[in-house]
Design a protein around this ligand. Structure first.
Ligand code: AMP
Length: 605
């Protein structure tokens, strides 16, 4: 068994991955392989069987997807790879990850197959010849029995979250599927734990597997107060971040994220909320990184958003807080991250954002550091108001000691007489004027609804996952509850009179709930700026940090270019065509957007 150390030294290029895969990784912005990736990819590239002991959140999907994609024959339209996943959610997630890592690979198809989905559609999709099939055991077995899924060209088989499949009662199905294979293929088994039945499966179906386990050398950190916050969805993470920055009494903060892109995106959002912040990531030259860290040391900025690589060894005494915006891959990285605070004997505070599916990583961290991490509550509007008042009082006290009395006494006297009011009224108005941008009276949480909905969605997903697994274990006999299982789709906007026969395209706008954008704002902006009659504006779907809108196919290029620059609620909407929606061939008419004119004639389907 080889034990991977968590020291991050290898690069993706060192791992022998193909060029299209390396190009895709550049696009997603991953800087370095996670420990499980650094250890598993070279083994999978040699064609050996492997047992990888890793759980969700360690980057295990890429650990098998990247070497698989590096070796796939994209010209052969036959299933070459079969991935078994315990739940519908995981199957979809894994299929999406394959799609992302294959973004620079031509003619690549991945197909998720799970119970509860319309089988007729699955049969149609299978005929298109996907190279990778990701599915839940019950449904895969169904297709194998119908002979709609053939494994004649199978090169690699992956059992993902094997212990979960065991726990959910799928292990017999897994074994049956494995016995349908020729046994010639390479087999990879990923599991957080290795209970006896899983060991037996590996002994029966894997040939001399290389066993990879991440060794954790994490130790306890005593000078750091550690807590975690449950978050659901990107929007809530940003909401939590905003509130924490308001209520925490900080000197310097380091926020850890996983990708280069996230460092800059988050930095922009934090600056927009009135804080001094900069990003450091592996894309920046050493000189620029050092200059940025120096700014933090000197107090020119207070917040740094960093990737693990960029913050390695960083030693700045004034860092009072470390915020793990994205959970780390392993306990050792966590300990390294939080060790950026509590320097030189000072007390530090570490906050960890945990999504529901990341709970296991939280437990791993607690187990390895041998220290419970306390759950913190979402900072409330009341707490924010209290903090604002405290800070206001402090600055008022400071100003009192500096105020030239006689002049201002006279001014107040003048004001009370002229405005016919008392000094208290004047003081109240001054306070209001001063705090107009950051009111001392904070309205009740506007995002409560969103949070409740997110939580509900989480619960629904989990419920779905459970019922899905149940239906899957019964091989979905006679169950076609398609309605509740369809992916959430953008609905035609209520009141939208778009003729169903008009061909529409979906556009993405980089504004969403976080920017307090409503469907009305979007309709208004598009109708006015592109001179499109609102009756031609279709479904609008508002997400936390982006939205989508359906517009008639054939939008003139100039109108599109103009719309890209339009602002909604003072935020640029940066309109773009959604992936998969190709611009129409005749959408390049050199027409300028004109006021109050009908749009170019929408095409009929
Ligand atoms: P997984 O353990 O496969 O569920 O992955 C957890 C998360 O880590 C996913 O959101 C991935 O997109 C992300 N991820 C995986 N590998 C890397 C990497 N090398 N660098 C940054 N993020 C990664």
């Amino acid at each position: 068994m080889s034990e991977a150390t968590t020291e991050i030294t290898t690069t993706f290029t060192d791992l022998g991955l193909s060029k299209p895969v390396l190009d895709a990784l550049k696009k997603v912005g991953y800087e370095t392989p996670s420990p499980i990736q650094a250890a598993a990819i070279p083994v999978l590239m040699t064609g050996c069987d492997i047992i990888g002991q890793a759980q969700t959140g360690t980057g295990k999907t890429a650990a098998f997807a990247l070497p698989i994609l590096s070796q796939i024959d994209a010209k052969l339209n036959e299933p070459q790879v079969l991935v078994l996943a315990p739940t519908r959610e995981l199957a979809i997630q894994v299929a999406e990850a394959f799609q992302t890592y294959a973004s620079c690979l031509k003619n690549f198809h991945v197909l998720p197959l799970y119970g509860g989905q319309d089988i007729v559609n699955q049969l149609k999709q299978l005929k298109r010849g996907p190279q990778v099939v990701v599915g839940t055991p019950g449904r895969l077995l169904d297709h194998l029995r119908r002979k709609s899924l053939k494994l004649d060209h199978l090169k690699i088989m992956v059992l993902d979250e094997a212990d979960e499949m065991l726990r959910m009662g799928f292990i017999d199905d897994v074994e049956t599927i494995l016995s349908h294979t020729s046994g010639e293929q390479q087999t990879a088994l990923f599991s957080a734990t290795l209970p006896e039945p899983i060991r037996r499966v590996s002994q029966r179906f894997l040939t001399n597997p290389e066993h990879i386990k991440i060794e954790s050398k994490a130790t306890t950190v005593d000078t750091i107060d550690q807590s975690y916050l449950m978050v659901s969805g990107m929007g809530q993470k940003m909401d939590a971040m905003t509130r924490i920055l308001e209520v925490e009494d900080y000197d310097g903060i380091i926020i850890f994220v996983r990708t280069r892109g996230a460092t800059t995106e988050l930095t922009e959002k934090i600056i927009a909320r009135g804080h001094t912040c900069a990003a450091i990531n592996g894309d920046m030259s050493q000189q620029l990184r050092e200059r940025t860290i120096d700014q933090l040391k000197k107090g020119k900025i207070d917040i740094l958003v960093a990737t693990d690589v960029a913050a390695r060894g960083l030693d700045v005494q004034r860092i009072s807080h470390v915020i793990n915006y994205d959970i780390p891959y392993d306990a050792e990285t966590y300990v390294h991250r939080i060790g950026r605070t509590g320097r030189a004997g000072r007390l530090g505070k570490a906050i960890l954002f945990v999504a529901n599916r990341e709970r296991r990583m939280l437990q791993t961290i607690e187990r390895t550091t041998r220290k419970p991490i306390e759950r913190m509550t979402f900072p409330s509007s009341d707490e924010i108001a209290t903090q604002r008042k405290e800070r206001f009082k402090e600055s008022l006290l400071e100003a009192m000691s500096e105020t030239p009395k006689p002049f201002f006494d006279e001014l107040i006297n003048e004001l009370t007489t002229e405005l016919n009011c008392d000094a208290q009224q004047i003081a109240a108005s001054f306070a209001y004027m001063l705090q107009k941008e950051r009111p001392l009276e904070v309205p009740p949480e506007p995002k409560h609804k969103a949070r409740d909905r997110d939580n509900r969605r989480d619960r629904d997903d989990r419920r779905d996952s459970r019922s899905d697994s149940r239906s899957d274990s019964r091989n979905d006999r006679g169950r076609k509850d398609n309605k509740s299982r369809e992916p959430r789709e953008s609905k035609r906007r209520s009141g939208s009179k778009v003729d169903a026969n008009i061909a529409m395209q979906t556009y993405r706008l980089e504004v969403g709930r976080e920017h307090q954008v409503t469907p009305g704002d979007i309709v208004g902006a598009i109708a006015n700026e592109a001179d499109i009659d609102s009756a031609y504006i279709g479904g609008i779907n508002i997400q936390d940090d982006y939205s989508t809108v359906e517009l008639p196919d054939g939008m003139p290029k100039e109108v599109f270019n103009h719309l890209k620059k339009v602002r909604v609620r003072n935020h640029p909407m940066h309109m773009s065509l959604m992936k998969g929606d190709k611009p129409s061939q005749d959408s390049d008419g050199p027409r300028k957007p004109q006021k109050r004119k009908a749009p170019s004639k929408p095409k009929r389907k």
